[in-house]
Design a protein around this ligand. Structure first.
Ligand SMILES: Cc1ncc(COP(=O)(O)O)c(C=O)c1O
Length: 382
């Protein structure tokens, strides 16, 4: 697959004709067939009423299969959910923090929402160990490894950091965690769809992510991967009737967990988002991720060169240990970002990161040049 092959898919994304779309780390562009998929969901409701559940439940299985393909996961190891925070809470609720092995190790560069989930577990006996970044961009792998020991229960970390796009050495962290009997929960929200990923080869215990960003699927279609041999080992306290082995038997009062991945489910899934996420996940699952990665590294390297030449502070790694986003800052960058969005040059701004912008497989070099020129125009008061 060449860059040209990737760019031929631009026609599938209407927003690309109307804007310079460099915000795929936050909200991927909507594929045009998503409109029809959402209409299909609605039409099933109108035409089949209660019988639509047969289609809707089948769609939840299909959605999990599409995600499994993107993650390199075996069939039957992915459960759909609404958002990552919810899924991380489900995993946290599966753990017992009463023993001396009660430590939860992650970096201060983790996504805050996920940290809120684990800090709340301190009320149940967990002890969070925060591994600090010195530069607000990277986290030394040796420091992560040194923080993981026999007292560590779980290491819930981001594969790619949202604030800088630094790629953590997941393989080394998993190896260390397993040596001392700890679990790793890898948040792949900022890697799936832009960085080649194989959760099976990485041997992670759990992985979470969602569809809003690089998967171009909109909100509400998050997922949990569990390593096949671990599935029967956990019985989340955060649960619901779809985690039961026979939800429609309506047995009382205790949960009787399903044997398979469904045991990590809960109450009724949000079904419309699964239809909404279908086109993006199908498309991303078909792409050659090595080609996507090559293009991403080439385009982000060119952006970095421009930022350094312009005198911006670079808040992403210069070397190839970065994901698909470039973060850079200069005085007044927040206001420039607001104006860029008003002019339909889409990006975002985060404290500590500055402007974040991300070329996806569908972005051209010309769009990147126009985006960077527009920043200079706004700064010059034009
Ligand atoms: C790495 C990472 N994890 C988690 C989240 C948030 O997940 P959710 O809103 O689905 O809980 C984000 C961004 O929104 C993120 O970048």
């Amino acid at each position: 697959m060449t860059e040209q092959d990737l760019l031929t898919l631009r026609g599938e994304f209407p927003a690309l004709a109307e804007s310079v779309y460099l915000i795929s780390h936050s909200l991927g562009a909507m594929p045009q067939t998503t409109t029809a998929a959402l209409a299909e969901f609605a039409s099933l409701w109108v035409k089949k009423s209660i019988v639509a559940w047969e289609d809707w439940l089948r769609e939840s299985q299909l959605a999990a299969g599409r995600i499994a393909r993107i993650l390199g996961a075996a069939p039957g190891t992915v459960q759909m959910a609404t958002n990552v925070s919810q899924v991380q809470a489900t995993i946290a609720s599966s753990l017992d923090f009463a023993s001396p092995r009660n430590r939860v190790v992650y970096t201060d560069m983790n996504f805050p929402s996920v940290s809120y989930v684990w800090k709340a577990e301190e009320r149940r006996g967990a002890k969070v160990v925060l591994v600090k970044s010195d530069d607000g961009i990277t986290v030394p792998t040796e420091r992560m490894l040194a923080a993981i020991d026999e007292r560590t229960l779980i290491v819930p970390i981001s594969h790619v950091l949202f604030r800088s796009s630094y790629v953590q050495d997941a393989a080394a962290i998993v190896k260390r965690a397993h040596e001392v009997g700890a679990l790793v929960l890898l948040d792949v929200y900022q890697s799936a769809g832009i960085v080649p990923l194989d959760v099976t080869a990485l041997d992670v215990d759990f992985a979470t992510g969602g569809s809003v960003k690089w998967l171009c699927g909109g909100p509400g279609a998050a997922y949990l991967y569990v390593r096949p041999d671990l599935i029967p080992r956990f019985s989340p306290r955060t649960t619901g009737w779809f985690a039961h082995r026979a939800p429609f038997a309506f047995t009382m009062p205790e949960q009787d967990y399903a044997d398979g991945i469904a045991r990590f489910g809960g109450g009724t899934l949000a079904i419309a988002p699964l239809y909404q996420a279908r086109a993006g996940a199908e498309l991303l699952g078909r792409l050659d991720m090595q080609a996507v990665r090559r293009k991403s590294l080439r385009q982000t390297a060119a952006m970095i060169e421009h930022c350094l030449a312009a005198g911006y502070r670079l808040n992403s790694p210069r070397d190839e240990q970065r994901g698909g986003t470039v973060c850079f800052d200069f005085p007044g960058s927040d206001k420039v970002c607001t104006e860029l969005n008003r002019r339909k040059f889409f990006c975002d701004h985060r404290p500590g990161a500055g402007i974040r912008c991300s070329p996806h497989f569908y972005n051209t070099d010309d769009e990147i040049s126009r985006f960077l020129d527009e920043i200079e125009r706004i700064r010059a008061g034009k």
